[in-house]
Design a protein around this ligand. Structure first.
Ligand code: HEC
Length: 247
């Protein structure tokens, strides 16, 4: 028994492990051989809205500072709304920085992130237990990705549901679309917050893009560029294509 422990410690120190010396050693062997496993579960809706666009909603792994997914597993776009989905990525390299539920383009470039697992939080997960993320119900359609990836992340701290919502604009889930689309601006006369089918004429587009810094008393261009450093262009493009596709 004593010598078994001794070998075990040596095994840990040197990564030298033999498989035939009892349970503990086998465990160590497993640790050395296996990468991380991530399991994301969710009941998604809106997946079909991306069909034929070249964009994909996927669970994907990114290394530090990379805009492109190293690997990704697409959520099948034929999935019926509300059906429980479970996506597993296994044998993941320890070089991955994040595993994300993300909208990517045809080159697997990140467009917008919907949920993130920071792999650094699991470095001491020496048993390599499966890392689980349950997202519950999530709308990943054209507007859903903006709600979760943009408004929830960068806007609702000021444009919340309370009476103190900035400019009287409520961007929380279930309220944002109605508060934006074809609603006159409370700040800039003659503008709609969002004008269906006309991105460039919409106040939302103007205040978030270059040149819009001083349109309001609060610099919204800066809010966007500070929140989306690696995918600013993609996020602006996503907002514009949502507006252009509004009926
Ligand atoms: C730090 C607080 C803050 C954050 C964060 C913020 N806003 Fe604002 N927003 C304001 C304020 C304040 C105003 C009113 C500015 C004015 O009166 O000139 C405003 C005004 C607006 C307006 C104009 C409303 C109207 O009726 O004309 C829009 C549209 C808007 N914000 C969208 C957004 C979006 C989208 C985000 C997230 C990307 C965001 N805001 C993040 C503070 C914020």
């Amino acid at each position: 028994m004593k010598s078994t422990h001794y070998i075990y410690i040596i095994g840990l120190l040197w990564g030298l492990v033999s498989c035939d010396s009892g349970d503990i050693l086998e465990k160590v062997y497993t640790v050395d051989e296996k990468g991380y496993t991530v399991k994301v579960t969710a009941q998604v809706s809106g997946l079909g809205e991306w069909e034929g666009t070249g964009n994909t909603v996927a669970v994907a792994g990114f290394t530090a500072d990379s805009k492109y997914a190293i690997l990704q597993k697409a959520l099948p776009s034929s999935t019926e709304d509300g059906l429980p989905l479970s996506i597993v990525l296994s044998n993941l390299s320890s070089e991955l920085q994040t595993v994300e539920l993300v909208l990517t383009n045809s080159l697997r470039k990140r467009i917008i992130t919907l949920a993130t697992i920071n792999m650094n939080d699991y470095r001491d997960n020496s048993a390599r237990d499966t890392i689980r993320l349950d997202l519950g119900r999530i709308d990943v359609g054209r507007f859903g990705v903006l709600q979760t990836g943009l408004f929830d992340r960068a806007c609702i701290q000021c444009h919340g549901a309370s009476g103190r919502s900035a400019a009287g604009l409520n961007l929380t889930e279930g309220n944002a679309e109605a508060a934006l689309v074809n609603v006159p601006s409370s700040r800039k006369e003659g503008y709609l917050r969002v004008e269906s089918g006309n991105a460039e004429g919409s106040l939302l587009h103007l205040i978030l893009n270059e040149g819009g810094e001083n349109l309001l008393s609060h610099n919204h261009t800066e809010i966007l560029s500070s929140q989306f450093k690696s995918n600013l262009e993609e996020v602006s493009g996503l907002i514009d294509s949502w507006i252009e596709n509004l009926p």
